[in-house]
Design a protein around this ligand. Sequence first.
Ligand SMILES: CCCCCCCCCCC/C=C/C(=O)SCCNC(=O)CCNC(=O)[C@H](O)C(C)(C)COP(=O)(O)OP(=O)(O)OC[C@H]1O[C@@H](n2cnc3c(N)ncnc32)[C@H](O)[C@@H]1OP(=O)(O)O
Ligand code: NDP
Length: 304
Amino acid sequence: MTIPETTNTTRAANPSAIFAPGLLDGQVVLVSGGGSGLGRAAVLELVALGARVAICGRRADALEDTAASAGAACSTHVCDIRDEDQVDRLVDDVLARHGRIDTLVNNAGGQFLAPAETISPKGFRTVTRLNLDGTWLMTHAVATKAMIPAGPDGRPAGGKVVSVTLSPHHGLPGMVHSSAARAAVENMMRELSIEWARFGIRLNAIAAGQFATDIFMTKYPRPMVDAAAGLVPLGRLGTPEEFAWLVAYLASPAGDFFSGSVLTLDGARDNHTGPWPAAGSADAAGNPLTEARQTRDPSAQAPR
Ligand SMILES: CCCCCCCCCCC/C=C/C(=O)SCCNC(=O)CCNC(=O)[C@H](O)C(C)(C)COP(=O)(O)OP(=O)(O)OC[C@H]1O[C@@H](n2cnc3c(N)ncnc32)[C@H](O)[C@@H]1OP(=O)(O)O
Ligand SMILES: NC(=O)C1=CN([C@@H]2O[C@H](COP(=O)(O)OP(=O)(O)OC[C@H]3O[C@@H](n4cnc5c(N)ncnc54)[C@H](OP(=O)(O)O)[C@@H]3O)[C@@H](O)[C@H]2O)C=CC1
């Protein structure tokens, strides 16, 4: 029998640049896709703040690599989140190892870029299974095994779920499958935030804009990657650390009143494409065009 650990006594090498050490002492967080990119950054931040973190993904080597940086507070679990039996086993293993799950971070996901008319039924299913079904399987298993059952005080243990989705919300051309699946995940979080409030479970989504992870920089066609920052009003891609800080914030007591929210983290990409003023909206000096004030003709005023 594995004796559950209670504290993270081995702090990660790099302290948080934002939060106080010990902010998440005693917490256990499960991060899917913790072996790379945004998930890995979240793991390192959570461990730095005192949490014990379980990470899952399909590639053992990627998970081990993150664990080597995170230290003894991080356990690795090979699991394909699309497979119900593997997800069941994962959650059992994490509970056996750590004794509880306070926060689930549904970060595992992805898609391929292709014109909608070329996407086969299998291709569409592949992406929706990963992003929607996988997120549901993880959320349901963690809720029913760790958060709805009674905690030490006899009441439901409660907990938090943070699911990664996608900005812009108005559709990302070439990603119809993912645009559809992420919208569904956001509504899943909203719906469950109502149903499961009675168990003390808070569920939110982080709609990530474009972030400079290794895979983002290498998977997609170069011209698109090069153009991406220029489409963001703030003029740059997000950093994985900025994502990790928001995850840590939500996991902390400061996040306790967030539920059913979609937090868009995208440098304003959801609201406008590109810098402002846009082409055609600036004067010769580059300032936004302004309409001339209307001058009122007093003689045209209606008699009292
Ligand atoms: C000027 C405009 C600028 C725009 C700037 C922004 C542009 C980009 C914005 C991006 C925003 C989002 C970014 C991110 O999410 S970055 C993180 C990405 N990470 C991942 O995607 C990781 C996970 N991904 C995967 O595992 C795979 O990509 C996949 C989702 C496909 C799942 O892999 P799996 O191994 O399960 O699947 P298969 O490879 O076996 O494929 C199964 C079937 O899927 C179809 N398919 C797969 N790839 C393609 C492809 N490239 N084109 C078309 N169809 C594809 C196909 O039907 C496969 O079956 P078959 O092999 O039998 O044909
Ligand atoms: N980077 C960006 O600009 C944006 C990213 N996102 C989303 O944020 C999340 C993280 O992205 P990012 O870090 O950039 O990309 P990564 O590809 O590095 O991260 C995806 C992670 O998910 C894991 N994963 C994929 N499929 C499965 C599966 N079936 N079962 C278990 N784990 C799986 C991968 O591990 P493994 O391959 O070992 O299974 C990988 O660690 C993804 O959901 C992504 O789509 C959303 C918007 C923008």
